[in-house]
Design a protein around this ligand. Structure first.
Ligand SMILES: [Mn+2]
Length: 290
């Protein structure tokens, strides 16, 4: 809310990027929708819808100086739509679902063309770039592969980081999307104790993961907590390419707040996409095959 107020107050000085939680699916699974309903009473539905409209309008990524920033990270190339209608019987549709071995890194031109105003980024079909940018994770394994843990987005290796930085003469990729709970499951990547990690150090520059929520997740069923620090990065013009990290601790005692969702039933704070539950709610998208 504070960030949002800043954006309204100084729209040309404040830039907010969209994350995967700024979607219809995540806002209903992790308590945002319920919280708005509880706090805004009879206006709740209206306020929630307006929030979703704002989320839909948020940019997916930014370029500032020599820095590319996005919540998840890199994205695939999407085959251009054929200019002519494919020959064949009426009603036969060409479903684009690239094979694993046909995955290649997307370009900024493709990112610019992607249709980003979607309530829930699709995990199949033609408009895959928004889902990649919001849900993908880095990996130490070279190349691009489907992000099976998440059920949407990609995993990309250090070679992709290098190719992307080199192609656009960039020094840094800054992303978030993985807290201490997510990193605990990924043995070959750094933990999130200090609120940030440098995941790829390649010839052209670095890939950084930054996580700004200390003592995360806010709600969990177990007593044992991660006690992670949160962090932010200060970058200075004109190139913004020398990151200065600042870590900070959570305040204690933690203020008492309601969860507005049954967190005991949600295994992970950034759980994989529940494709089955989304299928009923995505307005005409084909049902998922899994
Ligand atoms: Mn995320």
């Amino acid at each position: 809310m504070i960030l949002w107020a800043w954006k309204v107050f100084m729209p040309h000085r404040i830039f907010l990027l969209r994350g995967n939680h700024e979607s219809k699916y995540c806002t209903s699974v992790y308590g945002f929708e319920q919280e708005v309903m509880a706090k805004y009473g009879s206006q709740g539905q209206h306020v929630y819808r307006k929030c979703l409209m704002c989320f839909e309008g948020l940019p997916l990524a930014s370029l500032a100086g020599r820095v590319y920033t996005a919540h998840g990270g890199l994205f695939r190339s999407v085959p251009a739509s054929p200019s002519k209608k494919p020959k064949g019987k009426k009603g036969r549709k060409n479903i684009v679902n690239p094979e694993v071995n046909s995955l290649s890194l997307g370009s900024l031109e493709e990112l610019l063309k992607a249709r980003r105003s979607v309530l829930d980024p699709p995990w199949e079909g033609k408009n895959l770039i928004p889902g990649d940018v919001l849900w993908s994770d880095p990996s130490m394994k070279p190349g691009l592969s489907p992000n099976k843990e998440r059920g949407i987005g990609l995993l990309w290796g250090p070679d992709c980081t290098e190719a992307f930085l080199k192609k656009y003469d960039l020094k840094l990729i800054i992303r978030s999307h993985e807290g201490p709970d997510a990193r605990e499951k990924r043995s070959n990547l750094g933990g999130m104790k200090e609120g940030y990690t440098i995941d790829h150090e390649v010839e052209s520059g670095k890939l950084i993961t930054i996580f700004s929520a200390p003592d995360y997740p806010q709600f969990q069923a177990t007593e044992e907590r991660y006690n992670n620090k949160g962090a932010y990065i200060v970058l200075k013009p004109p190139k913004f390419d020398i990151p200065v990290f600042h870590s900070f601790e959570a305040i204690t005692p933690r203020p008492k707040v309601n969860a507005y969702y049954s967190y005991e039933d949600v295994l992970d704070s950034d759980e994989e996409l529940d494709l089955a539950s989304m299928a009923t709610d995505t307005g005409g998208q084909p049902s998922p095959s899994v």
